[in-house]
Design a protein around this ligand. Structure first.
Ligand SMILES: *Cc1c(COP(=O)(O)O)cnc(C)c1O
Length: 451
């Protein structure tokens, strides 16, 4: 049914990219490193679809990695942004729209009284951690393995070997001393958590967690685990930071905090809050936020922070979500996806489970139960996914180019799009089965690649 897609122009563009951009990209996972092949070079997006420079159209479940909860080029957002641009792109001074967006966050998220805007999720986390350290006058940060918090030095840290939870740098260029103030714990492990707080609790500035870990698969936590983390932090005077860069305003205005009924001291935002523009934010109670410059001694600043065009995209997105109570519809669509894809996976006989919360989904290849920690993900997940990914892409469906990345639904997706994904996935799995054992690692045939 699928004609071979031509990717001549994409290949030519990507060859040019390789000359002038390291790996051909501005952010590593876009390079298709873990699935092989040449990424399509995208020309435009519209609703639930993106179109590449060869004119191939893809039903898109990447959603720019999370921001596009209203879909590509949503009319309301585009027209608000065009209006804003006409009025000037940056002032370096307070503007009404940043105040309005801050009011939306304060109204929606439990415990937040003030917000500071930045230009990315990474910056939000970096600044929130500095604030936590400055306010608590402590240095140690606790993070969880399998959670991603941007490319901040002291959070690009992996668990060290042996019993010690001392972090070691997970990237070249991160100095040992940056990592040495970070402790790394496994998710879903009450004993390891209790042991660390018993040992070092009164030296811990903050624990940071993705309450919905969605950067290394979708590792949904037991609500009790999040509540226990909250209790340890409170008892030892450590701050709890929820990194809601993905979950914030995607699960609802109160993010994972409202979903689970666990309130952090500080929360970080990005992705949805910028409506597709570069925006990050962090917030908390006034009593903590006053430590930031200019009222306090924790320095933090940004030339383009609170940029009026970016704020406008965020505000238009959040207001649209509120006005049409979009989260309910996304939840229903998510339930439908879970049912349709779940059935396809079951009937295929391939070991895999569909994990979902709201409009975020992930297929845990090789697993028969939802993994709750990075360590629980099946080691064959990536090799199984490679063929599935390219099978779907050849047939015009774009999932993220990595077995460890989640998919996103948007308001532009319809039940018919989910049906198409389910039917196409069934066809791809069936083809793989006929070619041989789909769980056996196989060489990926790059989709439509001429190289
Ligand atoms: C994407 C992400 C970040 C980093 O945000 P950038 O805008 O890419 O810098 C941080 N934390 C989480 C949970 C994220 O998903």
């Amino acid at each position: 049914m699928s004609e071979q897609r031509v990717s001549k122009r994409s290949t030519q563009w990507f060859d040019r990219a390789l000359e002038v951009l390291p790996g051909g990209v501005s952010s590593p996972v876009r390079a298709f490193g873990s699935v092989g092949g040449t990424p399509p070079v995208i020309r435009s997006g519209d609703g639930a679809h993106v179109v590449d420079v060869d004119g191939n159209r893809y039903l898109d479940f990447v959603g720019s990695w999370g921001p596009l909860i209203l879909g590509h080029a949503n009319r309301h957002v585009v027209s608000a942004v065009l209006d804003a641009v006409q009025g000037g792109t940056s002032f370096g001074a307070p503007s009404a729209v940043e105040i309005e967006l801050a009011e939306e966050v304060v109204a929606g998220y439990p415990g937040i009284e003030q917000v500071r805007f930045v230009s990315s999720g990474t910056e939000a986390v970096m600044s929130a951690v500095r604030l936590a350290r400055g306010a608590s006058e402590r240095d140690i940060i606790v993070k969880f393995s399998g959670c991603y918090h941007g490319h901040v030095d002291h959070l690009l840290v992996a668990a060290g070997s042996g019993l010690a939870t001392f972090g070691t740098p997970s990237s070249l260029g991160v100095p040992e001393p940056s990592a040495s103030q970070t402790r790394v714990l496994p998710l879903d492990d009450d004993d390891a958590l209790a042991a660390l707080f018993d040992r070092e609790g009164d030296r811990i500035a903050a624990a940071i967690i993705e309450p919905v870990p969605a950067n290394n698969g979708l590792l949904l936590q037991r609500p009790r685990f999040l509540a226990t983390l909250r209790e340890h932090c409170t008892r030892h005077g450590a701050l709890l930071i929820f990194d809601e860069v993905i979950s914030g305003f995607r699960l609802g205005p109160g993010g994972a905090a409202a979903h689970y009924g666990v309130q952090p001291d500080l929360a970080t935002f990005g992705k949805v809050i910028g409506g597709g523009m570069p925006v990050g934010a962090f917030g908390g109670p006034r009593e903590l936020m006053r430590h930031l410059a200019p009222t306090g001694g924790v320095y933090q600043a940004g030339t383009l922070s609170g940029n009026p065009v970016a704020m406008t995209a965020g505000l238009a997105t959040l207001r649209y979500l509120q006005q049409y109570d979009c989260w309910e519809g996304l939840e229903e669509l998510g339930q439908y996806l879970k049912q349709r894809l779940g059935n396809v996976l079951k009937r295929s006989g391939v070991p895999a489970t569909l994990v979902r919360i709201g409009s975020i989904f992930w297929i845990a290849w090789g697993s028969t139960a939802d993994p709750r920690s990075a360590e629980a993900i099946h080691p064959d997940a990536a090799s199984i996914y490679r063929d599935v990914f390219h099978g779907l892409l050849e047939r015009g469906i774009a999932l993220a180019p990595s077995a460890y990345e989640v998919g996103f639904l948007s308001l532009a997706h319809r039940p018919g799009h989910i049906d198409l994904l389910a039917d196409t996935l069934a066809e791809v799995l069936d083809n793989l089965k006929r070619k041989g054992d789909p769980t056996a690692p196989a060489d990926a045939e790059p989709a439509g690649s001429q190289s």
